[in-house]
Design a protein around this ligand. Structure first.
Ligand code: CTP
Length: 412
């Protein structure tokens, strides 16, 4: 390991990697609005699973939610023969449980601990934050029994997103309309402890390796797994940013709520990153771009021992430096974060790259001998014009938040 510099305490407030929100849907005309809630949660970088009451399926079919979430949708207590205690596994998976819309009947049940279907049983088995967004006719909403039950839930720490005023499906005008989907989602994210400090900001990330073809079957690449770049993308989405992830070939799933532009070569990555960069507030260049590419790419497989295939002497040319190219033209207020993957002299090399690549921050780390590439955690230095310090070993998810915290300070 290289010499480490000043150690600085790091904040423990980072948002978690990928939160799962269980969304409960009950039998109310407002059930169609849950589709929008699901979409907004996904846009915020959250994984969503849906559980429905039988009555809810009369309003919106499970197929709709299955298509929106790409997850199975739970309805009956005994529907999943592979999981005999489905309510417990659903409850355990959830970082928060939102019931929206929640009918007077279901409010009454959960206020009194009744559990006679999968949704209410799961509510009883849930230890994570429970958020309830009621929707019903105005007289039902203002009925003393409902107010009493909502009060009971409130006292127990359940977050209530009160219904709004307006025109109700039954023709009445008054209180009982499901709250706005955006307000419900804000309440859920607040309960998850997610900071929304990147709301309205554009963040672009390059991630993964590039591959540079020699012929249709062979290529030059490196060991990058893309995990750090993907973690930054996920964290930025959770914190409210509009995120574009320009990704080389990796085997990671696209993070929720992130626009992924898939590329293969360094030149494709430069073209894709150039398109987004102008609108970007924070650019994080985490890709391990292949420095060189074969001068020529053969259109057919080169055969060993033939005149056209001197595989021992493939002529290479340098690839464009994506970070240096784009950061050279950065405008005021844009923040650029680069990386320095080094086997030796991490800090000195990172300081050099800070200057030559016009970055505001370089995240320096050691690579090789099982370090950094493909691992789930990393130990890095933060190098900027003002200061250089090291961070303790931490997960790449946590590191992603540290990088964004530092970038936000540069944004001012
Ligand atoms: N980078 C880039 N385009 C390249 C090479 C690197 O955008 N063609 C970016 C990387 O994404 C990273 C930073 O530049 O943010 C440093 O990358 P690194 O691989 O550490 O260094 P190189 O610039 O390739 O220099 P060297 O190989 O000499 O260390």
């Amino acid at each position: 390991m290289a010499e480490k510099g000043r150690t600085q305490a790091v904040s423990m407030t980072g948002s978690a990697p990928c939160k799962t929100v269980l969304v409960g849907v009950t039998g109310c005309i407002a059930a169609y609005k849950t589709c929008e809630i699901v979409r907004l949660l996904q846009k915020a970088g959250v994984r969503v699973k849906v559980v429905m009451t039988e009555h809810a399926t009369e309003f919106v079919g499970p197929t709709t939610f299955r298509a929106l979430t790409h997850e199975t949708v739970a309805v009956g207590l005994f529907d999943d023969p592979s999981d005999p205690i489905h309510h417990v596994s659903l409850a355990q998976e959830a970082d928060a449980f939102l019931i929206a819309p929640c009918t007077a009947n279901v409010i009454a049940k959960i206020a009194n601990g009744l559990a006679d279907d999968l949704l209410t049983t799961t509510a009883l088995a849930t230890t994570s934050p429970l958020i309830v967004a009621p929707a019903m006719n105005v007289n039902m909403y203002e009925n003393g029994a409902t107010r009493y039950n909502i009060g009971k839930l409130h006292i127990r720490g359940v977050r209530i997103v009160e219904a709004g005023d307006g025109y109700l499906a039954c023709g009445d005008v008054g209180r009982g309309r499901l709250a706005e989907p955006a307000d419900i989602v804000s309440a859920v994210l607040e309960e998850l402890g997610v900071r929304r400090d990147l709301s309205g900001r554009h963040v672009m990330i390059t991630a993964g390796p590039t591959i540079e073809p020699i012929d249709p079957v062979r290529y030059i690449t490196n060991h990058s797994s893309g995990k750090t770049g993907y973690a930054v993308a996920r964290a930025a989405a959770l914190r409210g940013a509009d995120v574009t992830l320009v990704s080389g070939p990796v085997s990671l799933p696209a993070p929720e709520g992130v626009r992924v532009v898939r590329v293969r070569t360094a030149r494709e990555m430069l073209a894709a990153a150039s398109e987004s960069f102008a609108a970007t507030d924070i650019g994080v260049f985490a890709a391990a771009v292949a420095d060189m590419r074969p001068k020529e790419t053969a259109s057919r497989k080169l055969k060993k021992g033939t005149a056209d295939a001197d595989l021992g002497t493939i002529e290479l040319v340098e690839n464009p430096d994506i970070l240096a190219t784009l950061a050279a033209g950065k405008r005021d207020g844009q923040v650029v974060v680069g990386f320095a993957a080094e086997t030796d002299d991490v800090v000195a090399n990172a300081q050099k790259k800070l200057a030559t690549k016009h970055a505001d921050l370089i995240v320096g780390n050691e690579v090789g001998e099982g370090r950094a590439f493909g691992t789930d955690d990393n130990e890095v230095w933060f190098v900027s014009a003002e200061e250089t310090y090291d961070l303790p070993l931490m997960s790449k998810d946590r590191l992603a938040d540290e990088i964004l915290d530092r970038a936000v300070q540069f944004l001012g």
